[in-house]
Design a protein around this ligand. Structure first.
Ligand code: SAH
Length: 332
């Protein structure tokens, strides 16, 4: 599950087998969800033995679940006893899962619970794929869309995340449509540029969260490495290369970035770009001082009046601790 179809084809070619075996293996893994290579019965016995020697099909496991209204949070235990979480959400357009990409995160956003725990390591491709497989098995239904917005900065684990996207998107993989996959980044410019050159039809979201460098520097240390000017330049290049609309995420923090002036400044920054703004009501956490904005409607109306497309992210959580990263931090 760490291998894309082309990786697996190359493996089979390298051992003198036909490359279509890769498709057969994908079908076992992702369609039949078979966990024992010995049961891959359309492969000859010697080949199954060889696969058993060269690969293992170890799975991460569900350690805990919490259920709320239209939402279920999963805490996963990895083989090395680290923890990550994923969230299942029921939308009117189908089921979506928010997956984690790293154990901890080094980006240090001041308002983020997950970021309080420094990065321990990147997730391997199979550890991301298995979050989805285990959730599908748990609920007995297929997932329609995936957002890479859980714990971690996906572009700080770029290669595995791209591989993950290829595996879940493949028709013989989990078959999740590219347009139903969204990767969210805090703005790692070189990786946005690299991503622009891939011909993947997946969605890109940028966590902007501030209309100017002064505010962004205060809440997102990554802005000192790649400031708003540099990030917006990369996003513009991405849009012109791919012709795809980008989501601008903006977490609404009370008295930090939520004034009408901030909204006007944001509108000026985004004017004429093929983007829409997704305002995120802040999930308050016990450990951080930020408060949820009370001015979301005003902010939204100001953007609309300036001709900017904007939506407010639906709040999930109900009676379970809603903030990203909280299940894991409780466990740790
Ligand atoms: N590292 C990636 C993806 C992770 S988080 C990124 O930065 O985009 C997904 C989104 O949730 C980000 O926009 C992040 O800034 C935001 N977020 C983090 N903590 C939050 C909280 N407590 N309430 C609401 N949104 C939060």
């Amino acid at each position: 599950m760490d291998l894309s179809i082309s990786d697996l084809e190359n493996y089979f070619i390298s051992i003198g087998e036909k490359k279509f075996k890769a498709i057969q293996v994908f079908e076992w893994l992702y369609i039949h969800k078979e966990r024992d290579i010995t049961n891959f019965t359309n492969l000859k016995k010697e080949l199954r033995d060889k696969l058993n020697e060269n690969f293992n099909l170890d799975f991460i496991s569900i350690k805990r679940k919490e259920e709320g209204h239209l939402v279920k949070k999963y805490l996963f235990e990895l083989k090395d006893n680290n923890y990550v979480e994923a969230v299942l959400m029921e939308h009117d357009y189908g089921l979506s899962v928010c997956v984690s990409s790293q154990v901890g995160c080094n980006m240090g956003c001041k308002f983020c619970e997950s970021g309080r725990l420094k990065k321990v390591r990147n997730l391997e491709t199979h550890e991301m794929v298995q979050q989805i497989i285990l959730i599908e098995e748990d609920i007995g239904k297929k997932i329609q869309s995936v957002v890479i917005m859980g714990i971690g900065e996906p572009f700080d684990n770029y290669d595995n995340v791209i591989n993950f996207i290829k595996v879940i998107n493949h028709a013989k993989g989990l078959s999740i449509g590219a347009r139903h996959i969204t990767v969210s980044t805090c703005g790692l410019v070189p990786k946005i540029n690299e991503f622009s050159n891939l011909d993947l039809q997946v969605n890109l979201a940028l966590s902007l969260h501030a209309p100017n460098d002064e505010i962004r520097n205060r809440i997102m240390p990554v802005n000192k490495a790649y400031n708003i000017g540099e990030v917006m330049k990369a996003i513009k290049a991405y849009i012109s290369k791919t012709n795809r609309r980008v989501t601008i995420e903006y977490v609404m923090l009370n008295m930090v970035n939520d004034s009408v002036d901030n909204a006007k400044e944001l509108a000026n920054l985004l004017r004429g770009m093929n983007v829409y703004v997704n305002l995120i009501p802040y999930n308050e956490t016990n450990n951080l001082d930020f408060k949820k904005s009370e001015r979301i409607k005003e902010f939204k109306d100001t953007l609309l009046n300036c001709g900017i497309n904007v939506t407010v992210r639906r709040e999930f959580g109900g009676n379970i601790s809603a903030a990203c990263g909280q299940l894991r931090s409780k466990e740790v």
